[in-house]
Design a protein around this ligand. Structure first.
Ligand code: PMP
Length: 360
């Protein structure tokens, strides 16, 4: 008997939907999910293992439900005078964003984003029963602030997602524009800063706007700059009242004792982990220059990835490169592809494969 999910009493609004699906393929050069290419050093791996061994002796007990020490450490890392009660942490920023939607979205409510942007924002919105309203970006992949203000006035979203630097385009928002949108939005505004540490000089974080805007939320992650995607640690900074709201929806003990320990050790080694950020930013800038020099169109990038094009048949280019053992991402507007910035050896492989795939 063939039985599929269509035969289940699935929610009507989930029928026909696709799950998040970046391919996880076993190839030598993996440049498709914006990971940091540098694994922890053996010294850090040992420090992590020792700390986890210590934590293991107490695993019969539930973890600190409020992850206070971790939030203290994250507040200190973020600076900007932030205090522990303004910071919240969860299993990746995906869970942080989901908790925001559980608290502020839901049936009868609207979430809005400016596309192309991070594909999980609509997926998490729909998963929490929140209607999703996409607003297109302008030709340079920037948020068209006037169009955004019109859309906010029309749809009255409970949650607005601004992604800066934006995935997949790499483009940033000016703080003055964020402020205009926060003032206009009737609900909360989330600035998803997953790639904040990769910004070029002179591009401020939305963290500096928090003191004046209690409905502004800035989300961050340890997955990218901290090279800790496997540990699943994301966090946010906001008014303490926002943190109170999230505690109404979070699962008790959502962040395991092992995760909290790993994140604390990583924070203790922040200098070592973040050392590669400067190298990746330089690698990114030289990749952008190289692509432009070869006649490709390239979106300005303040992230650890670059979106480039334009291809009549991007699927063919993507597949040709995969055939050469280089995995990039088929995402963004039609005709564009996205590549994560890896080590210089990986970028050499990328450049070779791209030239081969495009005959340039
Ligand atoms: N926000 C953006 C813009 C992202 O690109 C990603 C990861 N690709 C995330 C959030 C989620 O990252 P994580 O759950 O690993 O923190």
């Amino acid at each position: 008997m063939s039985f599929t999910l269509n035969d289940l009493p699935l929610r009507d609004d989930l029928r026909g939907r696709s799950p998040y699906g970046a391919p996880q393929l076993d190839v030598p050069v993996v440049l498709n999910t914006n990971e940091n290419p540098h694994p922890p050093s053996p010294r850090l791996a040992k420090a992590l293992a020792d700390a986890v061994a210590d934590t293991a002796l107490g695993l019969n007990r539930y973890p600190d439900r409020d992850a206070v020490r971790l939030r203290e450490g994250l507040a200190a890392y973020l600076g900007h005078g932030l205090t522990t009660d303004q910071v919240w942490a969860a299993n990746g920023s995906n869970e942080v964003l989901q908790q925001i939607l559980q608290a502020f979205g839901g049936p009868g409510r609207v979430a809005m984003g400016f596309e192309p942007s991070y594909s999980m924002h609509p997926i998490l919105s729909r998963g929490t029963g929140t209607a999703w309203v996409p607003v297109p970006r302008d030709a340079d992949f920037r948020v068209d602030v006037e169009a955004a203000l019109t859309a906010i006035a029309e749809h009255r979203p409970s949650v607005v997602f601004l992604t800066s630097p934006n995935n997949p385009t790499g483009t940033v928002l000016e703080p003055a524009d964020i402020e205009r949108l926060v003032r206009a939005a009737p609900g909360v505004v989330v600035v998803d800063e997953a790639y904040a540490e990769f910004r070029r000089e002179g591009r401020p974080s939305a963290l500096s706007l928090l003191p004046d805007h209690p409905t502004l939320i800035v989300s961050r992650t340890m997955s990218k700059a901290f090279a800790l995607a496997g540990a699943r640690v994301g966090y946010l900074a906001a008014h303490p009242a926002v943190v109170d709201a999230l505690q109404l929806v979070r699962l008790p003990y959502h962040l395991s004792a092992v995760t909290q320990t790993v994140a604390l050790v990583a924070l203790d080694h922040a200098d070592e982990l973040l050392a590669a950020v400067a190298e990746l930013r330089a690698e990114r800038d030289s990749l952008v220059a190289w692509l432009r020099g070869r006649g490709f169109s390239v979106a300005d990038s303040d992230a650890n990835f670059v979106m480039f094009g334009e291809f009549e048949d991007r699927t063919r280019v993507w597949r040709d490169m995969l055939g050469q053992q280089v995995l990039i991402r088929e995402t963004g507007p039609p005709g564009w592809l996205r590549v994560t910035v890896g080590t210089s050896a990986e970028m050499d492989a990328f450049r070779r494969a791209l030239l081969h795939a495009t005959g340039r």
